[in-house]
Design a protein around this ligand. Structure first.
Ligand SMILES: C[S@@+](CC[C@H](N)C(=O)[O-])C[C@H]1O[C@@H](n2cnc3c(N)ncnc32)[C@H](O)[C@@H]1O
Length: 282
């Protein structure tokens, strides 16, 4: 087994059942979905015929968006699943996402193990807030930054459903916010950064990860307290494992870092790649 691979796992309410033929079959609580997956370039273990008997919804890609096709008459478009003490609302979005990135579980466990009420946590590109909820549940002061207001609203719903309070919400461009925090000399025990391959700033400015990664890494690193951690996930085909390794050697040669490819094994035994994970200890 390559040292490069880190396997993240499902849990009671999430299961990667199978993958292949450019698609993945997943269970979210009681709801089963079929979604496109470019990394599933191999043959599925279970025949598609059986997939379509098992699934409730299929996402049909149309250009950069698409639509959800019901495969069973009565399945809900919105439902809730749990993870440890937390509750997440899931909903069928027009971008094949449902409101949670299950492969992030490895970071949720890391955050739970390393944060306490004396600590501060910064979640950049924070989406619906799974990691923010885990951090808040550990008692840490938690800042949640996303450039899209609807994502903050969704994260607030997850905080309420999980009976948590006092997450600090910031609607802003992650890099701009990080630079202001750098000026304020604010420090955090953990800074988590999970940028998309390309993004849109709070004022609609488009950006590409490979053009911003240097600034993002150096600025985010300046916000980590001694003994703290910077955690970075990347999915961009333009930013390979070796690119990240080179960047880690440039920016973090004085620190210890752990760089892994993130994989998940399906119940059927297929292995699916989910990008890269870099954790740096300061
Ligand atoms: C891949 S998702 C992050 C998923 C998150 N880590 C999770 O597991 O819940 C990327 C998020 O980045 C946000 N985003 C995109 N461009 C941004 C920017 N320039 N500044 C802040 N957030 C941005 C998107 O709105 C989206 O919510």
């Amino acid at each position: 087994m390559s040292q490069k691979k880190l396997f993240t796992e499902g849990w009671a309410d999430y299961e990667l059942i199978d993958a292949g033929g450019g698609k993945k079959l997943e269970r979210w609580g009681k709801v089963i979905t079929i979604r496109p997956e470019v990394q599933a370039y191999f043959k599925s273990e279970i025949a598609f015929e059986k997939w379509y008997k098992m699934a409730d919804w299929e996402f049909v890609q149309k250009g950069s968006a698409g639509m959800w096709k019901p495969l069973k008459p009565t399945t809900p478009k919105e439902w809730t699943i749990g993870y440890n003490h937390l509750k997440f609302k899931l909903s069928l979005t027009k971008f094949k996402h449902v409101g949670l990135f299950p492969e992030q579980r490895t970071n949720w466990d890391f955050i739970e193990q390393h944060l306490s009420s004396a600590d501060r946590f910064l979640n950049l590109f924070a989406y619906t807030g799974a990691a923010s909820l885990v951090a808040r549940h550990s008692g840490a002061e938690t800042l949640h930054v996303d450039s899209v207001k609807q994502m903050i609203t969704w994260a607030k719903e997850n905080m309420d459903t999980s009976r948590l309070l006092n997450i600090k919400w910031v609607v802003d461009d992650a890099l701009k916010f990080a630079k202001r925090e750098e000026k304020r000399e604010n420090k955090y025990k953990i800074v988590l950064m999970d940028p998309p391959a390309w993004g849109i700033g709070a004022k609609g400015e488009k950006w590409k990860l490979e053009e911003k990664i240097d600034e993002l890494l150096s600025t985010a690193a300046s916000l980590v307290q001694e003994g703290g951690f910077l955690i970075v996930n990347t999915y961009s085909p333009q930013l390979t494992y070796d690119d990240l390794k080179e960047l880690a050697n440039i920016y973090f040669s004085d620190q210890t870092y752990d760089l892994k490819e993130l994989w998940m094994k399906s119940t059927s035994g297929r292995e699916l790649y989910f990008g890269n994970l870099l954790r740096i200890k300061f």
